[in-house]
Design a protein. Structure first.
Length: 175
């Protein structure tokens, strides 16, 4: 599986490298593309956030799956914020590190926790691109995260049921 990471704006290089290495381990191939600028037409000054759908549609699908990673705060229609968004069955996804950082919640910075949260959201959005929907198993990475607590509860891996769906589609994972 050909996965590419597209930094959007200035993004923490250590987190990008961590994601590249973990996604390469799981899916067999992952490379980092040159960064793209944050599209300013996605910015909503009333919310002080960026519309994830607008940014998602500006990511050029240069690989089988392109995962945009940004530091800006994202929202989607009818939601106060999103950790990420994906084209279900498409080839583009995006995650934001903004609300994954412990310091966003007034806690001390914790790089290990940030990287784990980023991996969970990356695996979740890639799962959507691969056709998976939200899972009822709160430990599955495909469980919907309504808050950072939900993200922290779940694992970074797909549950047995979700893995079986991917395997039936011929998608091999190294988990």
């Amino acid at each position: 599986m050909d996965i590419c990471i597209r930094p959007i704006g200035k993004v923490d290089g250590e987190v990008i490298s961590f994601l590249r290495d973990k996604l390469k381990q799981v899916f067999g191939c992952c490379k980092v593309l040159i960064p793209m600028d944050v599209p300013m037409d996605a910015f909503n000054p009333y919310r002080n956030q960026f519309n994830s759908t607008v940014i998602l549609l500006k990511i050029r699908p240069l690989c089988q799956i392109v995962l945009g990673v940004t530091e800006v705060d994202l929202y989607a229609d009818r939601l106060n914020f999103v950790f990420g968004e994906a084209e279900v069955g498409g080839n583009r996804a995006i995650i934001s590190l903004k609300r994954l950082r412990p310091e966003f919640y007034g806690e001390e910075p914790n790089y290990s926790l940030l990287k784990l949260r980023a991996l969970k959201e990356a695996m979740h959005e890639i799962g959507h691109v691969l056709g998976l929907l939200h899972c009822n198993d709160e430990k599955c990475v495909m469980h919907f995260s309504n808050s950072i607590i939900d993200t922290d509860i779940k694992d970074w891996k797909y549950c047995t049921r979700c893995r079986a769906i991917l395997e039936r589609k011929g998608i091999k994972l190294n988990l």
